[in-house]
Design a protein around this ligand. Structure first.
Ligand code: IPE
Ligand code: IPE
Ligand code: MG
Length: 242
């Protein structure tokens, strides 16, 4: 049997190459201050640029941020609209600065259900930064791990794949994350210890780090703690070590 797809292609060093984050806790951050949930999302969006910068300073080469899940459409319309509009504002306010910092933007998830004004901006941002190379920032927005796997399976069927041609490789290559290394470290803020449909295929051998810190309060000290903790983990990928 071929070696598992889950082996990272890069060296597993003290510093994770790819960090994925479930940015959770905006609503509770707002409730704690008697603000409405939208204000929590505003604060949550505000901290993103400094977080990207901070990970870059730690030499993390790829960052994936979970901003909106396929399940989040079920929230009240006003909250969903506020989140979509914040995503637009984020691109408008930070695209140039991310481009100047040589950051490559990628979108994970489906653009189909998004309003045209957001879809256009995301496509423009991805296209504009496509040749950048200092860091890759994947924005998981309208993303669901299960929806992504379903979409990959449909593609395999449409392409006429035979059962013996279905491999980890053929599936991985049809996911939104095709060509990207699996996350080494997955951080979830906000105190919940679950995946909530994020990177269900890709995070099988990822190291998980859960913190009580609510996303708008997440900062350089939390990043340092998470990376230090990652350095203490022993990754085995199902094998044994000497
Ligand atoms: C995460 O914060 C942002 C999104 C899911 C869009 P929440 O809105 O889930 O905040 P909590 O978990 O209710 O505090
Ligand atoms: C996960 O958080 C989605 C994002 C952070 C974008 P949720 O708040 O939606 O997850 P649950 O409902 O607590 O599982
Ligand atoms: Mg939440």
């Amino acid at each position: 049997m071929q070696a598992s797809q889950t082996y990272p292609q890069h060296d597993i060093k003290q510093i994770p190459y790819h960090v994925a984050i479930i940015m959770d806790g905006n609503g509770r951050w707002a409730s704690n201050r008697s603000l409405n949930r939208t204000e929590g999302h505003q604060e949550g969006a505000k901290v993103i640029p400094s977080i990207v910068k901070s990970f870059g300073q730690h030499d993390v080469k790829m960052l994936t941020l979970f901003g909106f899940s396929t399940e989040n459409w079920g929230r009240p319309k006003s909250e969903v609209e506020a989140i979509l509009s914040l995503a637009k504002d984020f691109i408008d306010e930070h695209l140039e600065e991310l481009h100047q910092a040589n950051v490559k933007l990628k979108h994970l998830g489906s653009l189909e259900q998004l309003p045209y004004w957001l879809k256009n901006r995301v496509q423009h941002a991805v296209q504009k930064t496509s040749s950048n190379s200092a860091m890759t920032l994947n924005l998981a927005f309208n993303y669901g791990g299960r929806a992504d796997i379903i979409s990959a399976v449909k593609q395999l069927i449409d392409e006429g794949f035979a059962t013996n041609e279905i491999t980890e490789h053929s599936i991985s290559n049809r996911l939104a994350t095709a060509g990207l290394p699996d996350p080494d470290l997955l951080i979830r803020t906000g105190g919940e210890n679950r995946l909530s449909n994020f990177l269900v295929w890709e995070a099988t051998y990822t190291e998980y780090y859960f913190t009580e810190t609510l996303w708008p309060d997440f900062g350089p000290l939390d990043i340092e703690k998470a990376i230090k903790e990652y350095g203490r983990r022993q990754r085995r990928f199902g094998l044994i070590t000497d």
